[in-house]
Design a protein around this ligand. Structure first.
Ligand code: PLP
Length: 340
């Protein structure tokens, strides 16, 4: 397979149109068989449910080349399952999980020339999404839906090393206690745009959201879960019904226990105890872990002992182990690496 002639390590995180994308339509109560197409444009009615009432959800995962030259994806079954759960909460017909994985494989195969080579730090980012497409004006779910997956090559998340981020504690809420924080709905991102623009204007990389009910407990950022390391080297991640269950975070907790022999617990984390942690990181598919050096709460600074120059030592071990598993340098747990 001849690869595209791209400056792989110079790529950013932006949309690049690739050769093929997958489309399946839901009509008259059933999904059609689905096809790969060259057409990157979607034509829909002006009153499509997605445009009026934001009935849409998405997933994100990566395809990449392992050290021994295989093209693989990381745990696509968990993306399939999460989108299934999201669809049910949004009254959308879920796309069958086995077909989701099959569609991922089809898209990666059809765009194999766009899968970056091992060692470039770049990956082929896959974006599955599902939305209501027929005209809806009285508020109700759509009757017709489209499921799509496109692929776009993305560069290494950290160019020239992972510098720790500075976050601020947000005055906005991300998710209500019985709301939609636990599903990957576009609407969670629409409402996070204003807070993130404000945070960037004030010089912060991300917002730390607290629980909406009491504003005393740590939730997550707009698009990544938190992990903390205690001074006695335990890995801790916040537990809440309004956090999006990150696949990266779940994988890191497993790696902490099973590969590194660390204690790892998912529990409520009060904002009060954040100042006592030794390390902090954000986890998600894009960066795996972004180290956090500082959190500012209305002028009061929390500075982690790991500092502003590099990842904390335990965060680094977690990062190296998970990326080692992903890239085929370490033996993966059963089912984590899916060959295309
Ligand atoms: C997608 C997402 C994450 C990260 O999940 P991964 O499965 O690890 O990519 C975290 N928080 C939110 C709100 C998200 O939408």
């Amino acid at each position: 397979m001849e690869k595209k002639d791209l400056d792989w390590s110079g790529l950013g995180f932006g949309y690049v149109k690739t050769d093929k994308r997958y489309v399946s339509n839901f009509k008259n109560g059933a999904w059609d068989e689905g096809v790969l197409t060259d057409d990157a444009d979607i034509v829909m009615n002006e009153c499509a449910c997605v445009l009026q009432y934001a009935q849409t959800c998405f997933e994100g995962l990566k395809a990449y080349t392992t050290e021994d030259g295989r093209t693989v994806c990381f745990r696509p079954d968990l993306n399939a399952a999460r989108m299934y759960d999201t669809a049910l909460r949004l009254e959308m017909p879920p796309f069958p999980k086995d077909r989701f994985i099959d569609a991922v494989k089809q898209v990666v195969k059809a765009n194999e020339a766009w899968v970056p080579p091992y060692g470039s730090g770049a990956t082929l980012y896959l974006r599955p999404y599902l939305f209501g497409i027929n005209p809806v004006i009285g508020v109700k779910p759509a009757d017709e839906y489209q499921f799509r997956i496109f692929a776009t090559p993305v560069g290494p998340y950290f160019k020239g090393g992972a510098k720790p981020l500075t976050l601020c504690v947000s005055d906005f809420d991300r998710a209500a206690p019985h709301g939609t924080g636990h599903i990957k709905a576009g609407l969670n991102y629409a409402m996070s745009l204003h807070p993130i623009v404000e945070a960037h204007k004030a010089g912060f990389a991300e917002n730390m959201y607290l629980d909406a009910a009491t504003r005393t407990k740590v939730e997550e950022t707009g698009g990544a879960n938190f992990i903390f390391v205690t001074k006695d080297n335990k890995v801790v991640t916040p537990k809440s019904n309004s956090i999006l269950p990150s696949i990266t975070r779940r994988s890191l907790m497993y790696v902490a226990k099973e590969y590194l022999g660390l204690e790892a617990e998912e529990r409520e984390v009060s904002f009060e105890e954040v100042k006592d942690f030794a390390e902090c990181g954000l986890c998600g598919t894009a960066a795996v872990i972004s180290p956090v050096g500082k959190i500012v709460d209305h002028g009061t600074e929390i500075c982690f002992p790991s500092g502003m120059e590099e990842m904390g030592p335990t965060t680094k071990k977690l990062y190296d182990t998970l990326t080692g598993i992903q890239m085929g340098r370490l033996d993966p747990p059963e089912g984590w690496i899916v060959e295309i």
